[in-house]
Design a protein around this ligand. Structure first.
Ligand code: UGA
Length: 431
């Protein structure tokens, strides 16, 4: 099938690459010439394990192409995916300006029946919105349909997730319209659910907000564990054996970051409020999350007495492991708060250093590895659970530090081991 994907961010690029991998002819469109040039050189604009190899295979077979030419790409495609950014506005409402602009351009170029698919995370009602824009702006009287097909992949495991989805949701005006997408996804042999457009849009937000709720729930439990002398990792394990609860997304830590959970929970709350519904649960999920870093930093300051003039090593900058994405990364909040309190920061991340330098160009020292970051530090903080931090040479780390104090925001070490190595060790929701 001829497929066009507009937007080459995480969702667009992985969607395009997966469809091409399945043998479709895919054209990926982006208005950013720099990104398209990179992709045409075989370079990926994002760090995502396995993506470059997957794209390379399809490029060699000419199954995937990259262009800024939206017009030609839309004209030759049966299915057009909109996968552009949907950032939040100040109020929490989703900003649909890029979706709107793309819908207008698609409308101007429609010359035969086309299925337009909202792949971006968009609030309930956006299917209708896109339909009305295309109706108002199309130049020829050609038929079209708008479908919602939300994406559930996670950064860092995006290639696997795109090829092995746990479910495929197709929100279409009729079952007949859904069939082209059913055909497109059939080789993945994943469970498919066909719904109306609005329900598909809600499934995406409800799923992300639910996972965010699990995280705020376990973080609330972690706070109580800290006071009560219980161990939240054991508590989560014990809870997780109950299949109704499940084991995943019960890791207490610094709270949820990234480009999805914070924004999508805010957006769902905004939609709820717009309809005059009670959103107290979502308010709490967000406020628990907002207090994670301030609480953690308060503990650091209490432990050191005062961080003025102290040197703090930050290990991990990306919002989570296996990505270079710095959006809503906890490191940004922690670094800002510690600097504000007068600390000197030495930081290291295995992959996200360049991305971090773009957001915090100065005011801290970027180091070549964890040991260099720890050099002469009064305290080290684990912010991202990169694998390479899990097996650090603790003796070497301790030698480098002025004071052997570790604040572990991800619970990657065992307290008893850290004690044996002679560290003063603080983690989340554990004694
Ligand atoms: C999330 C969802 O997991 C995907 O299903 C969804 O497709 C995606 O958003 C999206 O809407 O595009 P992602 O943001 O890549 O994926 O990252 P997650 O692995 O879900 O982690 C989100 C945040 O929650 C991270 O800050 C992570 O550190 C935190 N987290 C996750 C916890 O604090 N505890 C956990 O147990 C799990």
């Amino acid at each position: 099938m001829n497929v066009c994907v507009i937007g080459t961010g995480y969702v667009g690029l992985l969607t395009g690459a997966a469809f091409a991998d399945l043998g479709n002819e895919v054209v990926c469109v982006d208005k950013d010439q720099r990104k398209i040039d990179m992709l045409n050189r075989g370079e990926m604009p994002i760090y995502e394990p396995g993506l470059e190899e997957m794209v390379k295979r399809s490029r060699e077979e000419n199954r995937i192409t990259f262009t800024t030419n939206l017009s030609d790409s839309v004209k030759k495609s049966r299915v057009v995916f909109i996968a552009v950014g949907t950032p939040p506005k100040e109020s929490g409402e989703t900003d649909l300006q890029y979706v709107e602009a793309v819908a207008k351009e698609i409308a101007a170029n429609l010359d035969r029946y086309t299925i337009i698919v909202n792949k971006s995370t968009v609030p309930v009602g956006t299917g209708d919105f896109v339909r009305s824009i295309i109706e108002a702006n199309r130049r020829r009287d050609v038929d079209f349909d708008v479908v919602s097909n939300p994406e559930f992949l996670k950064e860092g495991t995006g290639v696997f997730d795109a090829l092995n989805p746990e479910r495929i949701i197709i929100g279409a005006p009729t079952r007949h319209v859904a069939m082209d997408l059913v055909e497109l996804y059939a080789p993945l042999e994943a469970p498919m659910l066909i719904t109306d457009v609005e329900s598909a849009e809600m499934i995406k937000y409800a799923s992300n907000a639910f996972l965010a709720t699990k995280i705020s729930f376990i973080n609330t439990v972690a706070n109580i564990c800290e006071r009560a002398g219980a161990d939240v990792t054991q508590v989560a394990k014990g809870m997780g054996y109950d299949s109704r609860i499940g084991r995943e997304f019960l890791q207490a830590g610094l709270g949820f970051g990234g480009s999805c959970f914070p924004k999508d929970t805010l957006s769902l709350r905004h939609v709820g409020r717009k309809f005059g519904e009670n959103t107290e649960l979502l308010d709490s999920v967000l406020s628990v999350n907002e207090d994670r870093v301030p609480r953690f930093v308060r503990r650091i300051i209490e432990t050191l007495g005062n961080v003025q003039g102290k040197t703090i090593a930050i290990l991990g900058l990306a919002f989570k492991a296996n990505t270079d994405d710095m959006r809503e990364a906890k490191s940004l909040e922690i670094i800002a708060a510690l600097k504000e309190a007068g600390a000197t920061i030495r930081a290291y991340d295995p992959i996200a250093m360049e991305a971090a330098k773009a957001v915090i160009p100065d005011g801290l020292t970027y180091c070549r590895n964890a040991y260099e970051a720890a050099e002469n530090s009064d305290l080290a903080v684990i912010v991202t659970d990169w694998n390479e931090f899990k097996q650090l040479n603790m003796e070497k780390l301790k030698e480098k530090m002025k004071n052997p104090i570790i604040f572990d925001g991800r619970n990657i070490y065992k307290p008893e081991n850290m004690k044996k190595f002679g560290f003063e060790y603080y983690s989340i929701g554990r004694k």
